[in-house]
Design a protein around this ligand. Structure first.
Ligand SMILES: [Zn+2]
Length: 344
């Protein structure tokens, strides 16, 4: 039977995306993270819109749990943009309609009356994936987001790796096709031009208004040779991204996330087959076992919101900004056992 929310230590995380704010109240007190309540609202754009949307989701979660804000030590937030994790200042968050930079953490803290910790959305997704999927060992894990673009969040030796300027994991702009398709970044042949949801939309435009990847998968399953070729090219590009991550950092796991990962097992099978094919002529690649390292983000777990909740820490012993939430107050976790108990 569920514990009364009044009696347990809960952490609150927000995953603020371009269209939705997804929030979760999570208990890290047991052997597995337990998502006790979730809430989702549309994202209003601009700085004040984002603060309003985030505050509304926090209020909804607290009301659902019958809690007040003073039960939380801090709120953790993931946003698509460049984030200074110490000052919680956000810049280049164009999907949120934020021009220039904004002190999002300070503004939200003022609104909520509690400390707010902010990081990039892929970093918190990687953090959540590491907590949920990596087991007891310090994780070497990449969360590879296949959405409008392609980028990865990296957790190395159990810690988020941001890089010298916060650009670690921006593998979507590694050129993989000489003189290939032009990329808005100014280069040609970038991985993003072949392995993203946008690339799939361009190669197989939706015929019926449903998501293009879904229609592509149906057509490929039905034996349409053009659809099969498009899916194979896409899977090969995603496999190249996985290979890049594993060969650069010897990642133990590469978790496929982002909108396209909703294709599920058929996508995973296609990517694994492409990895096997790429390794066929290379005893070196076969020895590394690329195909076994790639997995799917669990559809039922809001990994980014869970990671944001980890960032925020619990009411007791929350991690300091830049500290290591995976090794904070929360105990080690067996793999793949997060439970989504309740949603609202
Ligand atoms: Zn590019």
């Amino acid at each position: 039977m569920a514990t009364d929310p009044q009696d347990e230590a809960l952490s609150l995380g927000l995953d603020i995306g371009g269209t939705k704010v997804h929030g979760a109240l999570v208990s890290f007190g047991g052997p597995q993270p337990l998502v006790r309540f979730t809430a989702r609202r549309p994202t209003a754009h601009g700085v004040s819109g984002v603060v309003d949307s985030a505050a509304a989701v926090v209020a909804e979660l607290l009301a659902a749990a019958g809690l007040t804000i003073d039960r939380l030590g801090a709120v953790g937030v993931g946003v698509p943009g460049i984030v200074d994790p110490v000052t919680a200042e956000v810049s280049h968050a164009v999907n949120l309609g934020i021009e220039g930079s904004a002190p999002l953490g300070a503004l939200l803290a003022e609104r909520l009356g509690v400390e707010v910790r902010v990081d990039n959305d892929l970093n918190v997704a990687a953090l959540g994936a590491a907590r949920v999927m990596a087991g007891d060992e310090p994780a070497d894990l990449a969360y590879l987001a296949l959405g409008t673009g392609v980028a990865a969040g990296l957790v190395l030796d159990g810690r988020v790796r941001r890089g010298a300027s916060g650009a670690a994991g921006e593998i979507g702009h590694v050129p993989v096709v000489p003189d290939g398709r032009a990329c808005p970044c100014g280069q040609r042949g970038c991985l993003e031009q072949y392995a993203s949801g946008s690339a799939l939309d361009a190669a197989w435009p939706s015929r019926t208004g449903r998501p293009a990847p879904v229609e592509l998968l149906e057509a490929a399953s039905g034996g349409d040779p053009v659809a099969v070729a498009v899916l194979d090219e896409f899977a090969a590009a995603v496999a190249s991204a996985v290979r890049l991550l594993v060969l650069t950092c010897d990642m133990r796991q590469v978790v496929l996330g982002g909108g396209v990962s909703a294709l599920g097992e058929p996508l995973l099978r296609a990517v694994r087959a492409a990895l096997e094919e790429q390794a066929a002529a290379s005893p070196f690649l076969r020895a590394i076992g690329l195909a076994e390292r790639v997995t799917l983000a669990p559809a039922e777990v809001p990994l980014a919101a869970v990671g944001a909740a980890l960032l925020g820490g619990g009411p007791v012993g929350g991690a300091e900004p830049g500290a290591d939430p995976l090794r904070g107050a929360a105990p080690a976790t067996p793999s793949m056992n997060v439970t989504t108990e309740e949603s609202c």
